[in-house]
Design a protein around this ligand. Sequence first.
Ligand code: NAI
Ligand code: AKG
Length: 429
Amino acid sequence: MVSTSLPSLASHSPAYICPYDQACSYLEWAGKELKLDPGLLEILSHPRKVVTVSIPVKMDNGEIRVLPGHRVQHCDILGPYKGGIRYHPAVTLREVSALAMLMTWKCALLGIPYGGAKGGIPIDPKQYSLGELERISRRYISELIKDIGPSVDIPAPDMGTSAREMAWMMDTYSVNVGHSVPGVVTGKPISIGGSLGREMATGRGVMIIVREALANQGKSLAGVRVAIQGFGNVGGAAAELLHQEGAKIIAVSSGAGGVFSETGLNIPALKAYAAENRRSVVGFPQATPISNADLLTLPCDVLIPAALENQITEENVHQIQAQFIAEAANGPVTLEANRVLEAQGVTVLPDILANAGGVVVSYLEWVQGLSYLFWDEGRVNREMEHLMVNAYHRVVKQSQSQGVNLRLAAYTLGVGRVAQALTDRGLYP
Ligand SMILES: NC(=O)C1=CN([C@@H]2O[C@H](COP(=O)(O)OP(=O)(O)OC[C@H]3O[C@@H](n4cnc5c(N)ncnc54)[C@H](O)[C@@H]3O)[C@@H](O)[C@H]2O)C=CC1
Ligand SMILES: O=C(O)CCC(=O)C(=O)O
């Protein structure tokens, strides 16, 4: 078992599945398949740098709170660290470390010149005013000023953050260094150098990978029954694009619950409803309520978990009725559940492939910014689709040639590329 020096899990219940332990188990699995030297595996199982800062924030009522803010930089052997920043009450350092490691394999798999990082602040953004969120975001990035930069570490949105937070962060960084630095973040507004297509990119990538996986079995998206957990940036965009391609979205959910329709939800109407109701789908009149747990076990062709980690576990895996699971979220299926699904003949499209559309367009945004050239949305989408489809076919080919499932195939490609780079650069042994 690979080891970790990150803080222990003493405060968690025995049922808690640690995302970092999961990430290390996946790495170990890939390492075994690649016959990697244990020393190399040991290097890759540790983040290169772990930063936790204190963020003092003046609340609107005058109270002072101090929040922890994490940034974990897993590996930069292929290029600057890259990865989103999450605002969610359950954020922990170990979760952020796991997500940083996934970013390393994702960027390597897609062949984009980045390493992996992730950041997070344990807050529920819905409990904070706009002013408080702005002060938190600005102070967080001020505290990290020496650790980030357009050729060092480039944050982007993740759960609970969006272009708005990226704009505050880009501005704070720029004011601190004395000139505008658009390349310090991606996923920023178009007005300050963001890319067309970035907002829909992760959902578009999910749609592309599902389409390719269906095509591989001689099927198309038309009429396919899809259930989606999470209706935020990723789940919402995936729902919209799959709906446009003729898929029948039978259920979607947000944090407080979901909605179901046997005949298919009216996604444009649901999007408008969520926009008016603080991004919640609960209470949408043209559908039946459904819990987040029940949504996962609906009979459907494609299940898309697009919220948090550890949603499909040993507890519920035997009830899963989908034929395909597309991991739009990072880490929604546990290692044990993945084994059961494989035995049941369910195709799992792994996170580091299925949700890579976001970081691919982040890369295209960064490239456009560095070259002072801006592309139309059609070009951005075409470039992204090319990279995604190419990665999908490489993963399928690897899976067939090695006789392993798609996750292990994706991991061996991602981890293998990083291991090779470490060796070639002479950093190992
Ligand atoms: N934003 C991006 O570009 C990328 C995001 N991802 C991953 O996709 C997932 C979702 O991220 P975003 O859509 O950006 O976040 P978001 O904050 O825009 O949306 C999250 C959605 O999940 C729902 N949700 C929250 N807690 C839930 C729970 N306990 N059960 C069910 N639903 C719940 C929220 O109500 C919301 O609908 C995360 O795992 C993230 O790491 C992956 C690649 C890129
Ligand atoms: O767009 C990016 O740079 C990172 C997106 C991200 O956090 C992810 O892919 O999980």
